[in-house]
Design a protein around this ligand. Structure first.
Ligand code: MN
Length: 439
């Protein structure tokens, strides 16, 4: 993963807010998303820059994308990122190079772009929508700390099942109920049972939870029946978003055996609106989590030198909470936890390669998510199930409210960013959602 002119820390944009310290969207980031200018209007694709969005449709019709491959220019006028993702890493990289030049405070292309009317719109004036048409969604379980925490609640003597260190665990989620950040989520109803043997009752979930996750959009796909070698896996990944895998723990514990999550998970999944490309993340790549001497070497198809050396992402993640009472009193959100994506047991490349290892076809716009990102410390637990230890250790908020699980009106906010010396900080933005009372 090589750095190029688009990563130069000295680059500055003619959009002033791109230079504000701490912005998620400096000119070195250039994430892709979809937005609508007003109710009932068609979605347009854009690139986040500071507090504004470069309108890719406007850029295309103004001739600013001339010279790029026709498929890329045409995809920029689509209503979803999926056709653009389908142009593959090559298409995304070419577009990134051009947009970087167009937004540059210096140079002929920047000078030409900044006089084009309505090329950018204020983020505050638009509504973000789902970035891609998501055909399929798969959620994994790639944090060994999360798997150990959850396992130890149910099996204190044997928290981690024997397969964990050999096979990436996942389940097929539901694409139709994926919503963009800001969409309220209704507390689901379902079967729950006070005792493991039942009997169940039907009603609103009393154990609503969030899960802090990282999602990856598939760029180019593989043909049904073909596999994806780990050495090539990242050529198939377009970019990353934040994911909140809302979970109804009481529905989950009654229904999950023997086939896994179903209605406890598929009522809503929230994603952040900006897809941060693999190219933007190039300065922040790190080695994958090293295997301890007591841990097995992955099977050969899940082992690759480049993936070991650079399969990780130096990504910091946080969960924030703002309750209805906090909103009423004007109190700011409180941080519940902060984690680190480099501790994941399996890399995104390994998840993708494993997913396709049986010939399952991944398609442009498909979403794979990491599973809850937790760490070894209490501060780094990525779900409330873990933070409040299955309801046995409720957490106390600064205003005195307590939580064992989420309450109606709670807003969950996920944040994520990359930072290191010698590079400009870039962020994934936010993934927000308010929990509404049951129907
Ligand atoms: Mn999950």
């Amino acid at each position: 993963m090589t750095l190029d002119a688009t990563h130069d820390p000295a680059l500055r944009s003619w959009v002033p807010a791109a230079q504000v310290a701490g912005t998620d969207f400096p000119i070195q980031n250039l994430p892709l998303g979809a937005f609508v200018l007003g109710e009932g209007q068609a979605a347009r694709l854009g690139v986040a820059i500071g507090d504004r969005i470069l309108d890719l449709t406007r850029a295309a019709e103004s001739g600013l994308l001339d010279g790029l491959h026709t498929a890329v220019v045409e995809a920029c006028a689509a209503e979803s990122l999926t056709p653009l993702l389908a142009t593959g890493r090559g298409g995304l990289k070419a577009l990134r190079g051009r947009v970087s030049a167009l937004l540059n405070a210096e140079g002929a292309e920047g000078a030409r772009a900044r006089v084009v009317g309505a090329l950018t719109v204020a983020m505050a004036d638009v509504q973000m929508v789902l970035p891609a048409t998501i055909g399929d969604y798969t959620d994994f379980y790639a944090s060994i700390d999360h798997a150990t925490n959850v396992g130890s609640m149910f099996r204190p003597d044997n928290p981690l099942l024997p397969n964990y260190r050999h096979v990436p665990i996942g389940y097929h989620g539901r694409a139709s109920s994926i919503v963009v950040s800001g969409t309220p989520v209704r507390r689901p109803q379902g079967q729950t049972a006070a005792k493991p043997e039942g009997p169940p009752t039907f009603g609103p979930s009393a154990r609503m939870d969030y899960e802090l996750e990282v999602g990856a959009f598939i760029a180019s796909g593989n043909v049904l029946g073909n596999t994806i070698p780990l050495g090539e896996a990242e050529h198939f990944l377009g970019g990353l978003v934040l994911v909140n895998d809302w979970s109804a723990r009481d529905l989950q514990s009654w229904e999950y055996q023997p086939l896994g999550p179903f209605l406890a998970k598929n009522f809503a999944t929230t994603v952040s609106p900006w897809v941060v490309t693999l190219d933007a993340l190039a300065p922040f790549r790190l080695p994958a989590r090293a295997r301890g001497s007591d841990e097995p070497t992955p099977l050969p198809y899940l082992d690759d030198a480049h993936d070991r050396n650079a399969g990780g992402f130096g990504l910091t993640l946080e969960v924030w909470l703002r309750t209805a009472a906090m909103r009423e009193t004007g109190e700011a959100a409180v941080r519940l936890s902060h984690g680190d994506f480099t501790r994941m047991y399996w890399t995104l490349g390994q998840l993708l390669t494993h997913h396709a290892s049986n010939g399952c076809n991944l398609r442009p716009g498909d979403l794979i998510a990491s599973g809850t990102v937790s760490g070894p410390t209490k501060e780094s637990r990525g779900s409330m199930l873990e933070l409040a230890w299955r309801g046995t250790e409720p957490i106390t908020l600064p205003n005195g409210e307590t939580r064992a699980f989420l309450a109606d009106g709670d807003e969950v906010i996920l944040r994520g960013w990359c930072e290191r010396a010698g590079a400009v900080r870039i962020g994934l933005g936010e993934c927000r959602g308010v929990l509404l009372a049951a129907e």
